[in-house]
Design a protein around this ligand. Structure first.
Ligand SMILES: NC(=O)c1ccc[n+]([C@@H]2O[C@H](COP(=O)([O-])OP(=O)(O)OC[C@H]3O[C@@H](n4cnc5c(N)ncnc54)[C@H](O)[C@@H]3O)[C@@H](O)[C@H]2O)c1
Length: 294
């Protein structure tokens, strides 16, 4: 897709961070924008801001882990704007913990948002775009966690690998059919958003007494400052939104925001084809380095 004016974008997780930055960029491009998020206050704030910028905006409170709610989102989109051209399956949450220490509620929550959310978006919207027979683009937000050999949040690691796989599958199956819909998978490194306090949106029924509390705003700030002070490259959501739009224009599938992670990815792939076991050493992606610490 090279022309965006008057086209329709649906963005999940649009109330904050990367989703909100993509929504701002859509408005700048003259698109009509549907903001979907589970957090009502964030949605209302985003709608206000984008309308003040001159945007044509619809907000729809949506839990992406619910197929019914994503179908309702699609109906409202088509009823209001007549169709859809850009779908950003971006909503995501992060939780820490090993595979066996995470509770089933932890797994349900993270798989629900990170994997079912993207699946629900594709299953609902791709047939609509196909039936329009127009150009279209689907951007799935995974993470560098989706291409790296390890992430301390097991459920995050597993679901983000799944998002990369299902994006590759979508790219291929649309391509085989000669569809006009293109696909990209966004794999960000560190981006200064509210991801560190995603527990704020954990549904009560998937919360346990033992569940950790969301970080305070001060603790969030301190965590980002720690990363920056320790030479990790932290991007702004706006920088990532620019990369997304460049990739859509260029029909580029992989959107990797942090080249300093590439060496670790290359080593993972080499280890796989050479039959070597995974390393049990800290991964390092500091900005002055191009090599992994061995
Ligand atoms: N920030 C980073 O460093 C980083 C790195 C890699 C990947 N990502 C990915 O980027 C995406 C966007 O996250 P972000 O960093 O902007 O974080 P964020 O917390 O600022 O924004 C995420 C948004 O998703 C919404 N959301 C949560 N659960 C939802 C649900 N069930 N249904 C609908 N919306 C829901 C939240 O309310 C929030 O507005 C996520 O998929 C995340 O995994 C972020």
């Amino acid at each position: 897709m090279k022309e965006f004016k008057d086209k329709v974008a649906v963005i999940t997780g649009a109330g904050s961070g990367i989703g909100l930055a993509i929504a701002r960029r859509c408005v700048q491009e003259g698109m009509k924008v549907v903001l979907a998020d589970v957090e009502q206050d964030a949605l209302t704030g985003a709608e206000k801001e984008l309308t003040a910028l001159g945007g044509t905006v619809l907000q729809v409170l949506t839990d992406v882990s619910s197929a019914d709610q994503v179908e309702a989102l699609a109906r409202k989109t088509v009823d209001t704007f007549g169709g859809v051209h850009l779908l950003c399956n971006n909503a995501g949450v992060a939780a820490d913990g090993t595979i066996w220490e995470c509770s089933l509620a932890d797994w349900d929550w993270v798989i629900g948002v990170n994997l079912w959310g993207v699946l629900n978006g594709i299953r609902t919207f791709v047939p609509i775009i196909l039936s329009q027979d127009t150009e279209g683009h689907v951007v799935n937000t995974a993470s560098t966690a989706g291409i790296l050999p390890y992430h301390p949040g097991a459920s995050y690691h597993v679901t983000k690998h799944a998002v990369v796989a299902l994006s590759e599958n979508l790219y291929r199956s649309l391509g085989e059919r000669g569809a006009k819909i293109k696909t990209s998978v966004l794999c960000p490194g560190f981006v200064k958003t509210r991801i560190l306090s995603s527990l704020r949106n954990r549904p009560a029924e998937l919360r346990l007494k033992s569940s950790p509390k969301p970080l305070s705003p001060e603790a969030e700030e301190a965590a980002w400052a720690y990363l920056e002070n320790n030479h990790f490259r932290v991007l702004s959501p706006a920088q990532v939104a620019d990369m997304v739009f460049t990739a859509i224009r260029e029909e580029r599938f992989y959107i990797l925001t942090h080249p300093e992670f590439n060496e670790v990815v290359r080593k993972r792939m080499e280890a796989i084809i050479q039959g070597q076991n995974p390393e049990i050493k800290p991964l390092s992606f500091k900005r002055e380095q191009t090599q992994t610490h061995q």
